[in-house]
Design a protein around this ligand. Structure first.
Ligand SMILES: [Zn+2]
Length: 284
């Protein structure tokens, strides 16, 4: 079993395109209107248009074992915590310090090289620069993120207590926007199109979804924080996520051509929602 996983990792390393270098932030992601109907493989070839989630799903799909991915929604690891963003008593949130900051201790695997570390820390800074979240190297804290290059890009939802693994495989997950995406899961956010109010903003094209992946499109009982639906959230699936034959699985409405998802990093609204969830502007 272990050897098979290693083999997959080696295979992945061979297949990884040469243009995937660390600290990659693309610009001009969405120019013009996307065609609604095209081959998913074409979409994947066009890396400048891939969202963080497209990239994550591509990496994680290579890990597929006969029973399917052991994740919910493609990259959220199962835990006893359910909808973290709406958990009772906010027990799944990272605690706020009396100085107003929310410290998220972490340890980084020594396997990462310098460029990996810069990429991951850039993802942290993209969140911390616009919020009260501060990622700090762990010293003694009981609860912390254990960031490791396991197989795939994934995280638990919210703070689970104790050591919690957050996987950023290298090189597949080495984009600051992907790191930020997984950190937002660890902060308690589900994917944007899983919001309880998503049906007002997108149409899920059920017939185009791989039958065994339909569960990835369930709505969650989220706390939407009175914030607008955000098509440009780094937490939004791409238009063709889990497509069976290349047709779109998510179509925005009323304008079907609105771009959805991106991989540059947290959107302005993503940061706004973090500030709301963690009451960053409130003095306690
Ligand atoms: Zn995700």
């Amino acid at each position: 079993m272990a050897s098979r996983v290693v083999l997959l990792g080696v295979l992945f390393g061979v297949l990884i395109p040469v243009d995937m270098v660390p600290v990659k932030n693309s610009t001009g992601v969405h120019e013009g209107k996307l065609r609604l109907k095209r081959k998913y493989s074409d979409e994947l070839m066009d890396r400048d248009e891939m969202t963080a989630m497209d990239q994550i799903l591509e990496v994680n799909s290579r890990l597929r074992v006969p029973t399917g991915l052991p994740f919910r929604e493609g990259d959220i690891a199962y835990s006893y915590v359910r909808s973290a963003i709406n958990c009772p008593g906010n027990a799944c949130l990272w605690p706020k310090s009396i100085d107003g900051f929310v410290y998220v201790p972490y340890i980084l695997s020594p396997v990462y090289d310098d460029m990996d570390r810069i990429t991951i820390e850039t993802g942290m800074q993209e969140i911390s620069s616009g919020t009260c979240i501060k990622f700090i190297p762990r010293t003694h804290e009981a609860s912390f993120l254990d960031i490791q290059p396991r197989y795939g890009c994934w995280s638990f939802l919210g703070q689970t207590g104790g050591s919690q693994t957050l996987s950023l495989q290298t090189p597949g997950c080495m984009w600051s926007g992907i790191a930020a995406h997984e950190f937002m899961h660890a902060l308690g956010f589900v994917h944007e199109q899983s919001r309880s109010d998503r049906d007002h903003y997108v149409t899920i094209v059920w017939k185009n979804i791989l039958p065994e992946q339909i569960h990835n499109f369930r709505k969650q009982a989220t706390n939407n924080l009175n914030s607008p639906y955000d098509y440009s959230s780094v937490m939004h699936y791409g238009r063709y996520a889990f497509s069976e034959e290349g047709g779109p699985t998510i179509i925005p409405k009323p304008d079907p051509y609105i771009p959805i998802g991106q991989r540059d990093g947290p959107s302005t609204l993503d940061l706004h929602k973090i500030n709301l969830l963690y009451s960053c502007d409130a003095n306690e």
